[in-house]
Design a protein around this ligand. Structure first.
Ligand code: SAM
Length: 319
């Protein structure tokens, strides 16, 4: 497996307070001066690109909260070797930013929407912002940030009813988008207990009760750890990312760069490589490149059971 994806968290701050993601009272926000500045992010991505990274995904926290995010996208898109630039966002700012982001060089977006029922959306995120997010989905499609993928985490007692799950799946029937169900990964920073986890097998059974058997399909870009299916007659696809009920370490091609400049081979990794300190100590491009190459080699041999740690906070590392 070649390691060619880098997930870059551009901020640990978020404008939503999703009950399963955001530890209360805050996310353990790091100090502003500890956050990588644009120059540092661009240098790290350029050096990673020279080591074989081809795909970059911006995340957070909420990436679109980062000031001048459009400029960062434009400059990242200009880095030689970066073939795919995408973002994972809660979609709150997409109605105003989708077109600008596309023009700046963003290729596509994943939008997190755990319910399309307004009250449930508010109960999960803490804010009554669903109409604007839905508008953002349409703007992203219109702008060509495609394929648009919706990320939904199903949590017991919150959004696991038949109506909630099928309403999410229905979007993939009506629109040319992919609705992906991501298994809840409890961590000891999560505010929902591990018992609130719903296996994707159960989610799929609910969808198949409505639509009949789903047929397997392949996405033309960015399959990653998801398996994709189609409901009969649908415009889009349904994906399942089953990180809790199964392990996909052998097919994981992704490294993570935290907003504080640490590189991690996996969310669950106990080890993080401190690039921010390395850069601040005045290391040359050649020295940093050689360090990055070692991180990539280490990742090739990494499996989750090597060093399991469940202390992470998703908004801090970047989900
Ligand atoms: N703010 C952006 C967003 O909402 O997409 C990016 C960051 S968010 C941490 C990225 C993704 O991680 C979201 O789709 C979110 O649902 C997912 N996520 C957060 N905590 C999770 C958990 N404990 N288990 C599974 N997925 C989680």
């Amino acid at each position: 497996m070649s390691i060619d994806c880098l997930r870059v968290s551009v901020t640990d701050r978020c404008n939503l307070r999703c009950v399963y993601c955001h530890p209360q009272p805050d996310c353990g926000i790091i100090e502003r001066e500890e956050i990588l500045d644009f120059e540092e992010i661009l240098r790290i991505v350029r050096l990673f690109a020279e080591c074989g990274i081809k795909k970059v995904r911006l995340t957070g926290g909420e990436p679109l909260l980062r000031r001048d995010i459009v400029r960062l996208v434009r400059e990242l898109a200009a880095i030689a070797g970066i073939e795919e630039l995408s973002a994972t966002t809660n979609g709150v700012f997409l109605d105003s930013l989708a077109a600008e982001l596309k023009t700046a060089g963003l290729h596509r977006v994943n939008i997190s929407v755990d319910s399309i029922e307004r009250e449930t959306y508010e109960r999960i995120t803490g804010f009554d912002l669903l109409p604007g997010v839905i508008e953002g989905i349409y703007r992203a499609i219109d702008a060509g940030l495609t394929p648009v993928k919706i990320n939904s985490v199903i949590i017991k007692g919150l959004n696991d009813s038949e109506e909630q799950i099928t309403a999410l799946a229905d979007m993939s029937v009506d629109l040319p988008i992919s609705v992906r169900f991501i298994e809840y990964c409890p961590t000891n920073k999560s505010t929902r207990p591990a018992t609130d986890y719903v296996p994707n097998e159960a989610v799929r059974a609910v969808i198949e009760r409505k639509y009949g058997a789903l047929s397997r399909t392949v996405m033309s870009c960015g399959n990653g750890p998801a398996s994709y299916f189609k409901a009969p007659g649908s415009a889009g696809t349904i994906g399942f990312i089953s990180g809790r009920s199964s392990t996909f370490c052998s097919s994981c091609s992704r490294l993570r760069l935290t907003s504080g400049g640490k590189v991690m081979p996996c969310l669950y990794s106990a080890r993080a490589h401190d690039l921010k300190t390395l850069i601040s100590s005045g290391q040359s491009d050649r020295q940093i490149r050689s360090f990055l190459s070692k991180i990539i080699t280490e990742k090739v041999n990494y499996t989750k059971s090597n060093s399991l740690k469940e202390e992470f906070s998703m908004c801090k590392i970047g989900g």
